[in-house]
Design a binder for this molecule. Structure first.
Ligand code: CDP
Ligand code: CDP
Length: 229
């Protein structure tokens, strides 16, 4: 079967990475979590006390950042490495979530990340999720999905996930963070979160993980067929 590029964009905690990971597994595609890259850059800026309002500091810091996805046999997942250190857990923490949208709005940061993401797409058979994948990173992708879900459902989903790891987290804190990130992501000057004109909308407020996967697998088949001729 012909391999294609699948992009999944949308608001935070809709289930993009869950869907992208499952699709990649079933289709034997490469899954790239572009958000992990912005999270890792943010972690570096926090750790190194980079003042990201200062463009010179940002440029210098980016020169010292090496990002890599490394496959972990045990988890069966690609994990994020920042300067040869596994930061997969650290980048999911609230400390990073609180700042990542500010950092991801910086032009130099986006150019740095997008260039690497486009290189990864040179070989087809890739599923990438994020905010600007269908609009900026792969504008010619064969299948573009724009995911959305009721905000209350999204808050509940993310809260459950974070609470399992940290019992101190509150629903209010998670709600505030999601609202803030969605606002910054959708309103920034550079590559704002936006549905690509040719993206299919997937509202999964009422869909289980299994149901959404079945639906999208059909879309993949259709897209492959359409682009095989
Ligand atoms: O928490 P969630 O999985 O929804 O977010 P993420 O995919 O890990 O992305 C974290 C943040 O990175 C987003 O809120 C955006 O600010 C930024 N991001 C972006 O600007 N462009 C992308 N392609 C991916 C993420
Ligand atoms: O990548 P994104 O931030 O869009 O979301 P995610 O990390 O894939 O999913 C957030 C949470 O929602 C996870 O705990 C998923 O298991 C859950 N989820 C769900 O309950 N039902 C769905 N239809 C999709 C995701």
């Amino acid at each position: 079967m012909k391999k294609i590029i699948i992009t999944i964009d949308g608001y935070s905690s809709c289930g993009k990475s869950t869907l992208a990971r499952q699709l990649a597994e079933q289709l034997d595609y490469l899954y790239i979590d572009s958000g992990a890259m912005y999270r890792a850059i943010t972690l570096y800026f926090i750790q190194q006390r980079v003042d990201w309002a200062d463009h010179v500091q940002v440029k210098n810091a980016l020169e010292n950042i090496h990002l890599q996805f490394v496959y972990n046999q045990i988890s069966g997942r690609n994990e994020m490495y920042l300067n040869e250190e596994n930061v997969e857990q650290l980048i999911r923490e609230m400390l990073v979530a609180e700042k990542v949208s500010e950092v991801a709005a910086i032009r130099e940061v986006r150019e740095f990340a997008v260039a690497q993401q486009q290189k990864m797409g040179l070989q087809k058979g890739i599923v990438m999720d994020g905010r600007d994948i269908g609009t900026v990173v792969f504008p010619h992708a064969e299948l573009k999905i724009f995911m959305t879900a009721d905000p209350a459902v999204r808050v509940e989903r993310r809260f459950k996930e974070l609470y399992e790891k940290n019992k101190n987290i509150t629903l209010h804190e998670v709600k505030e963070n999601l609202e803030l990130r969605d606002y910054i992501d959708a309103n920034r000057e550079v590559s704002p979160l936006r549905k690509a004109d040719d993206a299919i909308i997937l509202d999964n407020s009422q869909l289980s993980i299994e149901e959404q996967l079945e639906l999208v697998k059909q879309w993949v088949e259709d897209a492959v067929l359409e682009h095989s001729s």
